[in-house]
Design a protein around this ligand. Structure first.
Ligand code: SAM
Ligand code: SF4
Length: 317
């Protein structure tokens, strides 16, 4: 939706890089709602059934509910989801729900005020996000997913506290391994908290049972045996899932990326704006998709370390 954000999470948009001089996309470079809806229709014609709106922070995009309304009426799109940092949810949750948004994921890395400040470089009270979650539930969203990026020595001592909060609230927490997306977040393997370790910690407190996962799902799902809901573990570094990946990512400026770690995208915006019809676009998408061979997470090694990579805030996670 946008490459801009009201947070500066250290693992995604470190303030030293994404500061006042950063060249964010100018308005005319960003796809309009009409262009996004047209592309969604073409993707749906090729078999896509699920769309997730993300960013940057998608709720910063003005009039977002009107885009949701347009997408909700695209034939073939069965599932419409959004990932947000939750800051503007209290304001927007009812309108998003009324417009047809089906599912919501909210990022929550900590339940401690000082840590929120340190991780996301914000002075906002943590209560803004927690109240946003309440507002979303009141608007009819549920179960809401919570995304937590764990980093060694930063928030890995909050695994049980976050899980307890999610269990009490009826949210589905997913722990995500810190990934080396982009070139700016100073990623080191030492900072990754392996999903197996998270599983061990959770299982010792609340025994877990596996839940079968759908093809293409990124999270391995577990059920609390005591009926406390479920939890997901996304082992993007220690257990890559490239082989089953079926995600196409569209940046705010209309480039198509077939991998989270891609170096360059296919410029669909230029094609859209040069007057091509839908059948031409569909043919381009289909041939590009068939030719894709990305599988960065499986290949991660000294050989791939120097390759260019798109930033997370451009393609949304
Ligand atoms: N701003 C929204 C948010 O934070 O939810 C949506 C965009 S954000 C890029 C999407 C997801 O990617 C968030 O849950 C965020 O925590 C996750 N993320 C960002 N950088 C990451 C990284 N280096 N490793 C793992 N997850 C990351
Ligand atoms: Fe913004 Fe989301 Fe990236 Fe944090 S993870 S900087 S909230 S886009």
């Amino acid at each position: 939706m946008t490459d801009r954000c009201n947070f500066r999470c250290t693992y995604c948009m470190p303030k030293e890089v994404f500061g006042p001089g950063y060249p964010f996309l100018p308005r005319e470079a960003v796809l309009s709602f009409e262009e996004i809806t047209r592309l969604a229709g073409i993707f749906a014609g090729l078999g896509v059934t699920k769309v997730r709106l993300t960013g940057g922070e998608p709720l910063l995009r003005r009039e977002l509910p009107s885009l949701v309304r347009k997408l909700a009426s695209v034939p073939g799109l069965e599932d419409l989801a959004l990932t947000t940092n939750g800051v503007l949810l209290s304001e927007l949750a009812p309108a998003l729900r009324a417009a047809g948004l089906k599912r919501l994921t909210v990022s929550l890395d900590t339940l401690r005020q000082e840590r929120l400040r340190a991780i996301s470089d914000t002075d906002l009270p943590l209560a803004t996000i927690l109240n946003g979650l309440e507002a979303a539930r009141a608007a009819g969203f549920g179960p809401i997913k919570l995304n937590c990026v764990l980093q060694r020595g930063v928030n890995d001592d909050e695994i049980l506290a976050l899980a307890a909060y999610a269990r009490e609230q009826g949210h589905t927490l997913r722990f995500i391994e810190f990934m080396d997306v982009g070139r700016t977040n100073g990623w080191q393997l030492d900072s990754v908290v392996p999903a197996a370790e998270v599983h061990r910690i959770l299982h010792a407190q609340w025994p877990l049972e596996p839940i079968a996962t759908d093809q293409g799902a990124v999270a391995r799902r577990w059920r609390y045996a005591d009926g406390g809901g479920e939890v997901g573990l996304i082992a993007s570094v220690t257990g890559p899932f490239c082989a089953g990946c079926d995600r196409a990512r569209l940046s705010a400026d209309g480039h198509l990326y077939t991998c989270l770690f891609a170096g360059e995208g296919l410029d669909l915006k230029a094609f859209l704006r040069s007057g091509h019809g839908d059948p031409d676009l569909a043919a381009l998408l289909a041939s590009h998709w068939k030719r894709r061979s990305d599988r960065y997470s499986e290949r991660r090694s000294a050989d791939t370390a120097g390759l260019p990579r798109i930033e997370m805030s451009h393609i949304g996670g």
